[in-house]
Design a protein around this ligand. Structure first.
Ligand SMILES: NC(=O)c1ccc[n+]([C@@H]2O[C@H](COP(=O)([O-])OP(=O)(O)OC[C@H]3O[C@@H](n4cnc5c(N)ncnc54)[C@H](O)[C@@H]3O)[C@@H](O)[C@H]2O)c1
Ligand SMILES: [Zn+2]
Length: 247
């Protein structure tokens, strides 16, 4: 691990500081969950996520959007947390740590972490598109490779059940956003892992931490929109870097 990063972490421990970790799709890449902005060759690769993850897309063709989300849910269900997810759960046992994720999967939780904020919601927190009622029932069946799946219906109003994610153009859930800004404001060290830093307001959290005097460390194999403002960058994948850091 880069010496400067080891020193920054040691300083945080010595001074009784707090870590805030901001994760993005990259931390789940080594579990086999494709990122939005990386390359992938799925059956969906010719679709643009930015045009599926909107309320307009849903209104236009709910079965296409639900089919895409059912495919993503199935990928997550079939995937396992990787060494990066597990290292963060370990680290939280030893140092005060808040975990803020942009991911809609549940791999942090399945690795044993408490997630303080899912700023973009959760795939499996299903609710009605019209009345917002939570859908408590089981998930419908999904045949691998299906492109269109007719969404389930709300038991209260009959409208369609949508995934519990934040779509482009939608507001972030207040409680998650409050928890995220609180974590960024009160940390002394922020780890930014596997995010392209292009989706706001989440991408503004490292700047919030930095304004309060925190050291910002980026872990990402590629340069990002946040790299220039990080105090240290570590060009490694999450599953390689985080276990070294946690050790
Ligand atoms: N797993 C998920 O829940 C998931 C998957 C795809 C997209 N999304 C959603 O898409 C939005 C996309 O923004 P984003 O910034 O999170 O993702 P993004 O797709 O825009 O960027 C992914 C980033 O991860 C980096 N990366 C790739 N492999 C990595 C690895 N092994 N280790 C560390 N970093 C790696 C890439 O270089 C890139 O910077 C988010 O809002 C998120 O909700 C979520
Ligand atoms: Zn309803």
């Amino acid at each position: 691990m880069p010496v400067a990063i080891a020193d920054a972490l040691q300083l945080t421990i010595d001074e009784g500081g707090r870590v805030c970790v901001l994760t993005g799709a990259g931390i789940s890449a080594e579990s086999g969950i494709p990122t939005f902005r990386g390359t992938h060759d799925s059956l969906w690769s010719r679709f643009d996520p930015m045009r599926l993850a909107t309320a307009e897309a849903w209104r236009e063709d709910p079965a296409l959007v639900w089919g895409w989300y059912r495919w993503r849910m199935q990928l997550v269900r079939d995937a396992q947390p990787n060494a990066g997810h597990r290292a963060l759960a370990d680290l939280a046992e030893r140092i005060p740590l808040s975990l803020v994720t942009q991911n809609v999967d549940d791999l942090h939780e399945r690795a044993g972490s408490v997630v303080d904020a899912h700023v973009h919601g959760s795939l499996f927190a299903l609710r009605c598109f019209a009345c917002g009622c939570a859908h408590e029932g089981v998930l419908d069946d999904y045949v691998d490779g299906a492109r269109r799946v007719e969404p389930m219906r709300c038991v209260s109003c009959g409208d369609r059940i949508r995934p519990g994610v934040v779509w482009f153009g939608e507001a972030l859930p207040d409680d998650a956003w409050d928890a995220a800004t609180d974590a960024a404001t009160h940390c002394t060290l922020m780890l930014v892992v596997g995010t392209s830093g292009l989706v706001y307001p989440a991408a503004g959290l490292p700047a919030v931490a930095r304004r309060q005097g925190a050291i910002v460390i980026e872990i990402n194999p590629e340069p990002t929109a946040l790299s220039a403002d990080a105090d240290h960058v570590w060009r490694a994948t999450a599953a390689v870097a985080l276990p070294l850091l946690a050790r």
